[in-house]
Design a protein around this ligand. Structure first.
Ligand code: NI
Length: 133
């Protein structure tokens, strides 16, 4: 991919904020940080455009809750065409962490994540999506 240089005019406060972002996230330079910020925002607009993205759904729950594990599996089977894999980790005696890797239309992944997070007994849930192209 060829790189194009262009000039950017920014208010001093915004530039300071960018430099803080660069150092906080240990980017080697402003260009890399800007690239990341632009990418993130393009991904956000892609969610609306319904493009293909990849991501993960992270779930934390107490496995002692009745029917919870079965309900989670049922929902994932309903969306088997976008579920790539899932990993189950026993965090302690009761609490489980489940990470579901997904790829597909952003709107479908969002629907799946919302359904999983809404399963009764889920304590925390989060969908992360990124570009898949
Ligand atoms: Ni477990």
């Amino acid at each position: 991919m060829s790189v194009v240089r262009f000039g950017v005019s920014l208010e001093k406060e915004l530039l300071d904020a960018l430099d803080d972002y660069v150092s906080d996230n240990q980017f080697s330079n402003r260009s890399r940080a800007l690239r990341q910020l632009i990418n993130d925002n393009i991904v956000k607009s892609k969610w609306k455009c319904n493009n293909i993205v990849a991501g993960s759904i992270t779930l934390v729950y107490n496995h002692n809750k009745r029917d919870l594990s079965k309900n989670l599996t049922d929902v994932q089977h309903d969306f088997h065409d976008v579920v790539l894999s899932s990993q189950h980790i026993h965090l302690d005696q009761d609490i489980c962490l489940e990470i579901v890797a997904v790829k597909g239309k952003a709107a479908v992944l969002t629907k799946l994540a919302n359904k999983l997070i809404a399963v009764k007994g889920i304590q925390h849930g989060k969908l992360t999506m990124t570009r898949a192209d």
